[in-house]
Design a protein around this ligand. Structure first.
Ligand SMILES: [Zn+2]
Length: 743
């Protein structure tokens, strides 16, 4: 952990590199074996955990912060004709759900609404289906979320209010892709100021609900592109100027709906979907100062974004934004994906892993199915999967609810870059930053580093000084203020690893002539981005350095697909061999085999270490899986962090690690992704891992009393060497949590 006090101590000390650095011969190739692809076996320096947080009485928290399980049978127009309300309520109650979602909607009323254009579902027949469901939930002690959908309406509303519709550039009404009888409503119109509040007030006047939620608004993965009379006066969509107007409007409506929710009960509130992980539509810094429920609408993997850790990634975003406020990830029990079956169960192993990731990354469980044909579903296989999981988790609520992350590495989450960065011509912009994020994520996961996301608008020193290092994977858009915050962080001893176009744009996507962090990183731009045509560029090893540990028998290392040329630096570690022809092989040799263009720039300033890669190295690792890039990134992260870690988990397998402080003590979560379906499709079964050795250093005066494995329901032995706690988890099936109770 880094703070001003430890900075003063460490900066006064020398900076010994304890690792035995393999001597390299940059001229001749040695006869040693090539480097292994796997990067294991090093033991980091364990940093003591921070002093424990003061206890909090749960009864003093807002009610939603004590919710641990959320249930939703998403209601269809047909459900009033077929759903067995008693069976529905019994299922969620016996599973252990604390709260259920019940549909009010806005597209179709599930109660005898008198709000104009709130069309009654055709199977409602005057019945108060919503009211009956609310009563059934209340009778069993479950709280109720009133679910609305303000995104679509019918032609009678359009005829009376043509201004409510989103419109194309030619003025035509935008309609729902799947059912063209519905038009898309525009969030800048009075539909949102009048129609939605009218429904909320009607619900408040008739029923006792705990809070309100809207599905379908705000948009979460992209920004609207509307040409209605109001929107045509706004800046063009997909510009930062439009984003500001969009965020202002989202906040305006959010505050209005929240105030309406509170008209009846002061502890009621409004919330909406906020998925999209690092590429969320609304500005998360602004919105999450208001939101008290982060609804991560992140229901399952798709073939477009197939990494198994999609839910964990979302959880890290929630942890960055909510500061301990409530967050839940919606796990679809139905078959999510590019090809979908919303009324058929998905593979149980896949559904369980999404629930595992929900808990491991610090969110509350949320299980979701659509429609209740034949009473409570034609396909009921999902039900036991969910109730077994909920009931298991309920036994361990205290250990499973995190208080704070123990991670010592922060990855800057550039929401602006994710939304607006144009990317080099070689790749679609949206895919480009997704690949960059996944490359960074996979690198950290493979190295079993404990890391958090840090939002670009939350770089205040008080927040980021807990991290030994900040990573900036092509965070191309940075404001002058954000750059100054990063400089301040380095000034008190923090370390940095940055890549590619980091800081080459300001917060409004205005291109800079020079890197905004040129002074800090010791770099200077020497030209425009150079892509690959044939062989990508290489890095020539110029001298030994800890970031090259483990490489032998080669003078060259792979570079990346794209790079920004930077001016030469004294005593470089790696220099660029420019890319050249790959085919025909007759021409596959370097016209220039030696340059003075650096392929990495390293600096040391007091106890700070700074590393800059001119290439898009994280993304290139994601595209290729090249072990040299992984090793180079791991070595560099270890070098800038001076090999400090908060928790060390040694063992075989691809697993994701989370470490939390909890009320009873600590929880180390291990997600086992060692599976042929980790990067595509769904898990069908788990492939268990063998022993995992865990070490962590407890704070002064804190004693371990017990270590329990929550998935295998057993207590395991531990040993204390001074204040270092060590124990072995003998086996990990799909998921294991080592819960440390302290005294
Ligand atoms: Zn509009």
């Amino acid at each position: 952990m880094l703070n001003r006090r430890t900075f003063l101590k460490t900066s006064a000390a020398s900076l010994p590199l304890t690792s035995a650095i393999q001597a390299l011969n940059p001229v001749g190739i040695s006869a040693e074996a090539p480097a292994d692809v796997a990067v294991t076996g090093t033991t980091p320096k364990l940093i003591p955990l921070p002093a424990r947080l003061a206890r909090v009485d749960p009864s003093t928290l807002p009610w939603q912060e004590n919710i641990r399980r959320v249930g939703q049978s998403n209601m269809t127009e047909h459900d009033p004709a077929v759903m067995n309300i008693e069976e529905w309520a019994d299922y969620w109650h016996s599973a252990g759900a604390d709260v259920v979602f019940i549909s009010v909607t806005g597209i179709l009323a599930f109660y005898p609404s008198k709000v104009r254009f709130h069309r009654h579902g055709k199977f409602l027949n005057g019945r108060d289906f919503f009211g009956e469901c609310v009563a059934a939930a209340r009778k069993r002690g479950m709280r109720v979320v009133a679910r609305m959908s303000p995104d679509l309406n019918w032609d009678d509303a359009l005829d009376a209010h043509p201004e409510w519709a989103m419109r194309d550039a030619d003025g035509s009404v935008l309609r729902n892709d799947e059912d063209s009888r519905l038009f898309q409503t525009c969030m800048f119109t009075s539909y949102m100021d009048e129609y939605v509040p009218a429904i909320m007030r009607e619900i408040n006047s008739l029923y006792d609900v705990d809070c309100f939620y809207t599905n379908g608004w705000p948009p979460i993965g992209s920004l609207p592109n509307c040409h209605c009379a109001i929107c045509s006066k706004l800046p063009r969509s997909n510009t930062t100027a439009y984003w500001h107007a969009f965020n202002d409007r989202v906040l305006e409506l959010w505050h209005m709906y929240d105030a309406i929710a509170k008209e009846k009960k002061p502890d009621s509130f409004y919330f909406a979907n906020l998925g999209g992980n690092v590429r969320c539509g609304p500005n998360l810094d602004r919105l999450c100062k208001t939101a008290v429920w982060f609804q991560a609408d992140n229901q399952g993997r798709t073939s477009d974004d197939p990494a198994v850790w999609g839910c964990s990634l979302q959880g890290r975003v929630c942890n960055a934004m909510m500061d301990g406020k409530f967050a839940a990830n919606v796990t679809a029990a139905y078959s999510t994906g590019t090809v979908r079956w919303r009324n058929a169960s998905k593979n149980p192993a896949e559904a369980r892993m999404w629930l595992n990731e929900t808990l491991a990354s610090g969110m509350a469980l949320y299980y979701h199915f659509i429609g209740s044909e034949a009473g409570f579903g034609e396909d009921r296989r999902w039900q036991k999967v969910g109730s077994d999981y909920f009931q298991w988790a309920k036994k361990y609520d205290a250990h499973l609810k995190p208080r704070r992350s123990l991670a010592n590495i922060g990855v800057i989450m550039g929401q602006s870059t994710q939304l607006f960065y144009p990317a080099p011509a070689a790749a679609h912009a949206r895919d480009y930053m997704r690949e960059t994020t996944q490359g960074m994520y996979a690198t950290l996961l493979n190295g079993r580093f404990a890391f958090d996301f840090v939002h670009e608008d939350r770089l205040d020193l008080e927040r980021i000084s807990k991290y030994r290092a900040l990573l900036l994977p092509n965070i191309s858009m940075l404001s002058d203020r954000q750059c100054q915050q990063i400089r301040d962080y380095v000034r008190v001893g923090g370390s940095i690893m940055a890549s590619f176009e980091t800081g080459l744009y300001d917060e409004n996507l205005q291109r800079r002539e020079e890197f905004a962090l040129a002074d800090l990183l010791g770099i200077s731009k020497a030209g425009d981005v150079i892509g690959t045509n044939g062989n990508a560029y290489y890095g020539r090893i110029e001298r030994s350095h800890p970031i090259l540990e483990g490489f032998s028998n080669t003078n060259w290392l792979p570079g990346a697909q794209n790079r920004v040329p930077v001016k030469s630096v004294p005593d470089p570690v790696l220099t660029v061999i420019p890319g050249f022809v790959a085919y025909p092989p007759e021409l596959a040799y370097p016209p220039a085999s030696h340059t003075d263009e650096p392929a990495v720039v390293l600096r040391e300033v007091a106890s700070s270490r700074l590393a800059y890669f001119p290439g898009d190295i994280e993304r290139t690792f994601w595209l290729t899986g090249h072990g040299d890039l992984l090793r180079l990134l791991h070595n560099t992260i270890r070098w800038i962090t001076q090999d400090e870690a908060v928790v060390h988990v040694d063992g075989d397998g691809l697993l994701e690690l989370f470490a939390w402080e909890t009320t009873p003590g600590y929880a180390v979560h291990l997600l086992n992704y060692t599976n042929p379906n980790a990067h595509h499709g769904w898990l069908s079964t788990a492939y268990p891992l063998g022993p995992q050795n865990v070490s962590m250093t407890l704070p002064n005066g804190v004693k371990a009393k017990a270590v329990d494995l929550l998935r295998s329901d057993k207590t395991i032995p531990f040993r204390l060497e001074g204040s270092v706690l060590r124990f072995t988890i003998p086996r990990v099936d799909d998921y294991e949590i080592a819960a440390v109770t302290v005294g």
